[in-house]
Write a protein that binds this ligand. Structure first.
Ligand SMILES: Cc1cc2nc3c(=O)[nH]c(=O)nc-3n(C[C@H](O)[C@H](O)[C@H](O)COP(=O)(O)O)c2cc1C
Ligand code: SF4
Length: 624
């Protein structure tokens, strides 16, 4: 693509998709059909206006991609004119995300997960069957194309696939799922089921309810999952009848400082992976003199093996909306952004519905619950980039830049979204705030062990009888958890924390599932992934998949990570069938590269990319 304005014109559908988002173009300079005398006489916009609109770049790219299935040169040019963005920059953004294409492709794209949980449950054979049926990934067949995908967050139903179909719009088909495109989830997937759904998406079987992913659904001991499967996720009345909005009322009674006090007393730490104390983050944001303050809910959930946030958002969407309102109130924000991964169409639909219902009842808007507090939430869809879950990469993504992490300091609480004080919190972290306010911080802290307070959601997948999300009080150990899920008979290893986590052995099941317990055992809870592998799994292939994932997902900004992830994958390829002395040289090389990545990468991706492979070598003795 030529990286300047080329004069290529958008099609009517592309123009309509962009105008539906941005409104009709106000002048010839912004893409109106003709330049008027007024356009030629008056200068409008300028750098400041362009900066103000830059955050519409990602939604505009989505609009075209959803409507047409890919982003043509004419469409990109039109978006650039509308937003006063240089084409080279917009091209850099469009090509950053795997759900977008700047090359022509069919309207139907079938994403087939080949990541860890799906690999452990037959994704390799499934892809083999698809090759026979449809040819190599990327080959257009019958108006569709299939491609291999990183984790789709459907691990309890592995192997999984997601079909996205562009279309919709005023003159097109009615979209499903609240998004401007149609989608179907096929999981567990077989090649015949995928072929049938791809040929005729409307006939794809309906998805099971979110509660199907919760083997404990209805258990009275549940705290975070208590409403999943027991209330209608589409009904605000049901949510309120089940105790919804009690926490927000209590928050207004306590005042912002009182809310932060309760969260500090509760000892809540972040569930997104870094385990940072939430109360301290909120306090630091609330104290900043600069404004406005922002709240960002991190719902990007792309760590392979993680699907807890999806189940919360699909099964109890109002809980997240209420929790974000409480958080916004505590930190003094009037605006919250919910950054949702693009591969979660049902969560998008449920959350969009919940936002509209909350607005209609005065639970969001200019005067929340008549308390004189103004707050609203906007959903921003990601477009397929694991790195956008990193808290500063989210800011760049929302602002319409490439989703590359920023150097810290400055930390988000000082300079975050749009350069303003921002608190970023994971979905599960936020939902914990409701029981904290309902019961009081001290009562919340009475559950748990050591400095890990409350309950934790675990994403159990792989070779277990009952995969799904489990909620246990901190302090339970891995054996307790696997006892509930029905452990593999010939257990070989458990991966804790996802691709950025570490493997443990079958004789290590007494590890307490707490932040400090896993740390003391030289591993991590991470985002709560518990991937169970039996001895039928070829571990070197799983390690290769991990390395491939990090090589693909590295944003490429810093050398140790960009080059190191490639070298790591090359070395793992060389030793995939080797052991002992035959692997020693490459293992030594990986150790050296891994240490450089840990020491010198800007963000957590590069710093942790070698962890799982290192643990497989040292703990499991994979290449011995
Ligand atoms: C590469 C990378 C990906 C991440 N992805 C996510 C994610 O998908 N969801 C999430 O909540 N946190 C993710 N994090 C952690 C965030 O940077 C941040 O710590 C978290 O959102 C803070 O929220 P918490 O304090 O509530 O955990 C990721 C971090 C890194 C380095
Ligand atoms: S460590 Fe990797 S993902 Fe993180 S900023 Fe550097 S290149 Fe990008």
């Amino acid at each position: 693509m030529d990286l300047r304005f080329t004069g290529a014109a958008p099609s009517d559908a592309e123009r309509a998709a962009v105008d539906a988002l941005l409104g009709p173009p106000p002048s010839g300079w912004e893409g109106a059909a003709e330049r008027t005398d007024g356009d030629l006489r008056w200068a409008t916009g300028g750098a400041s206006a362009a900066k103000d609109r830059r955050d519409q770049l990602l939604p505009a790219l989505h609009a075209v991609n959803d409507r047409v299935g890919w982003i043509s040169e004419g469409a990109l040019d039109y978006i650039c004119r509308r937003l006063t963005v240089a084409p080279a920059e917009a091209y850099g953004v469009a090509t950053f995300y795997s759900l977008f294409s700047v090359k022509p492709r069919p309207a139907k794209v079938l994403h087939v997960c080949t990541d860890l949980a799906c690999a452990a449950r037959g994704a390799g054979a499934l892809c083999g069957d698809l090759r026979s049926e449809f040819g190599e990934p990327g080959t257009p067949v019958e108006g569709a194309v299939w491609q291999e995908s990183p984790c789709l967050g459907l691990c309890e139903r592995a192997p999984a696939a997601l079909l996205l179909r562009a279309g919709g719009g005023p003159a097109g088909e009615q979209p499903t799922g609240g998004t401007s495109r149609c989608s179907a989830v096929i999981a567990p997937a077989t090649a015949p089921a995928l072929a049938a759904a791809t040929r005729s998406p409307a006939t794809a079987p309906a998805e099971p309810p979110a509660a199907a992913a919760v083997p404990q659904a209805g258990d009275p001991s549940l705290v975070l999952l208590k409403r999943v499967g027991t209330v209608d996720p589409a009904s605000l009345d049901d949510y309120r009848a089940a105790g919804g909005y009690t926490a927000l009322r209590r928050a207004f009674a306590l005042g912002p400082a009182g809310v932060i006090r309760e969260v500090l007393d509760a000892g809540l730490v972040g569930r997104g992976g870094a385990a940072f104390p939430t109360g301290r983050k909120w306090q630091a944001t609330a104290q900043q003199a600069d404004g406005p303050h922002y709240l960002v809910c991190n719902a990007d959930e792309s760590e392979p093996g993680t699907f807890k946030d999806r189940v919360l958002m699909e099964g109890d969407p109002f809980a997240l909306i209420e929790a974000m309102t409480v958080a916004g109130y505590a930190i003094g924000a009037e605006r919250g952004y919910l950054y949702l991964r693009g591969e979660y169409p049902r969560a998008y639909e449920r959350l969009s519905n919940a936002l509209s219902a909350a607005r209609a009842r005065g639970l969001l808007g200019a005067d929340v619950l008549g308390q004189g507090y103004a707050f609203d939430i906007e959903i921003r869809r990601g477009a397929g980039a694991y790195i956008c879950g990193e808290e500063t990469a989210i800011f760049n993504s929302i602002e319409g830049q490439r989703g590359e992490p920023r150097s810290k300091p400055p930390f988000p609480v000082e300079k975050g979204l749009f350069g303003k004080p921002t608190a970023v919190n994971n979905v599960e972290t936020l939902v914990n705030v409701l029981p904290i306010l309902e019961r009081g911080g001290a009562a919340f802290a009475a559950t748990g062990s050591g400095s890990s307070t409350g309950t934790k959601l675990f994403c159990v997948s792989g070779q277990v009888a009952r995969p799904g999300i489990y909620e246990l009080p901190f302090g339970a150990n891995l054996r307790d958890l696997l006892g509930l899920a029905g452990p593999a008979e010939n257990l070989r290893a458990v991966l804790l924390g996802g691709a950025a986590g570490g493997f443990v052995r079958p004789d290590e099941l007494d590890i307490p599932l707490t932040f400090e317990g896993t740390r003391a055992a030289g591993t991590t809870l991470g985002s709560g992934v518990v991937l169970v592998l039996d001895d039928s799994v070829e571990l070197p292939r799983i390690l290769l998949r991990i390395a491939e994932f990090f090589r693909d997902e590295s944003c490429g900004q810093c050398v140790p990570c960009r080059v190191g992830t490639v070298r790591q994958e090359e070395a793992l390829h060389r030793i995939v069938d080797r052991t002992g002395a035959g692997a020693a040289e490459d293992i030594a090389l990986m150790r050296e590269v891994g240490q450089a990545m840990r020491d010198a990468s800007i963000c957590g991706l590069g710093q942790t990319a070698w962890n799982a492979v290192e643990s497989a070598i040292d703990r499991l003795g994979v290449y011995k």
